[in-house]
Ligand binder design. Structure first.
Ligand code: ATR
Length: 284
């Protein structure tokens, strides 16, 4: 007989490497806040161990679900019973949970991106023209959300233009792929600029970006959150544009998983943000 232990209230994050994951800090904080007796654990699972991990998860049900991070976000999709349309569109999953006996997977990165802007920059999605820098995994979630929120013209700028072109094939004619030298011309009258590339990470210098031609009241956001105010955000602030840092995306993408596993939708507060900032700064 199958052992059903959904009452265990345990969730996980799996990845390789996993040691730097901030997710346990976030979820264990929310568990304490909600007064739920549960635990969220990080587990080091190598690619060769992923299939047996998921099989055991399904047979033993020791966890109610969890998060999946690099390098398992794509391979996981072949191992679960159901992949929702959002994860299919993004081409990667980061959250699994049980719906009855069915192990389901979704991707909450796009939701996290949108919810962060909803919380910090009301009306951000009223524009039509977006510029996204970077065409990696994170970019797919951002592009999916921008398209879902009604942006009609999304300029996808990447150092390797073929990667941007691949995304245009997935997301359709809304996407205009181009190389880095088209960045400043694409910014003309743009309503939002999103950096999804690793440019500017850990304070590294960025190439010249001309934010002065963006639409009045345009928004600039960065999914890099270390440092919290990246070079892109600093430059945008100097150009009197609205800026939103990327830490909120990390926190908001975590919330739907918590709700699925532990039953309530947690809040992203400044207190939680401060805890994560201290953790990041302490590790420097
Ligand atoms: P993620 O999944 O976090 O998005 P990724 O798939 O490694 O990570 O993508 C990183 C992005 O940053 C890519 O768009 C990458 O450009 P390439 O596709 O040309 O590699 C971009 N990137 C990284 N370093 C860069 C640099 N020095 N200049 C410009 N773009 C850079």
């Amino acid at each position: 007989m199958k052992l059903l232990r959904v009452d265990m209230k345990k969730a996980f994050v799996i990845g390789d490497p996993i040691v730097h994951s901030k997710s346990p800090l976030i979820h264990n904080y929310w568990l304490k806040e909600a007064g739920v007796s549960g635990i969220y654990e990080k587990l080091h699972i190598k690619p060769s161990e992923l299939e047996s991990f998921i099989l055991e998860l399904k047979s033993k049900r020791l966890y109610c679900g969890g998060n999946i991070t690099i390098p398992h976000k794509q391979s996981l999709m072949t191992l679960v019973d159901y992949v929702d349309p959002i994860a299919l569109e993004i081409g990667a999953a980061n959250t699994v949970w049980f719906d009855g006996d069915t192990l389901k997977a979704t991707n909450t990165d796009g939701f996290g991106f949108g919810a962060n802007l909803d919380q910090n920059c009301l009306g951000w999605d009223k524009g039509t023209k977006a510029v996204v820098l970077g065409a990696g995994g994170a970019s797919r979630a951002v592009v999916q959300q921008l398209k879902h929120r009604g942006f009609l013209e999304i300029h996808l700028i990447n150092r390797t233009v073929s990667r941007a072109q691949e995304l245009a094939l997935v997301f359709g004619e809304t996407i205009h792929p181009a190389s880095l030298d088209h960045l400043n011309s694409a910014l003309k009258n743009a309503d939002i600029f999103v950096n999804t590339s690793s440019l500017g990470m850990d304070g590294a210098k960025i190439p010249f970006v001309d934010f002065s031609k963006m639409a009045p009241g345009a928004v600039v956001t960065d999914i890099v959150y270390s440092p919290l105010e990246t070079e892109f955000l600093k430059l945008a602030r100097k150009n009197k544009l609205k800026t939103v840092d990327g830490l909120g995306m990390l926190l908001h993408q975590a919330a739907p998983g918590f709700e699925k596993w532990f039953g309530s939708l947690p809040k992203v507060t400044n207190t939680l943000k401060d805890i994560i900032v201290s953790e990041i700064e302490g590790k420097k």
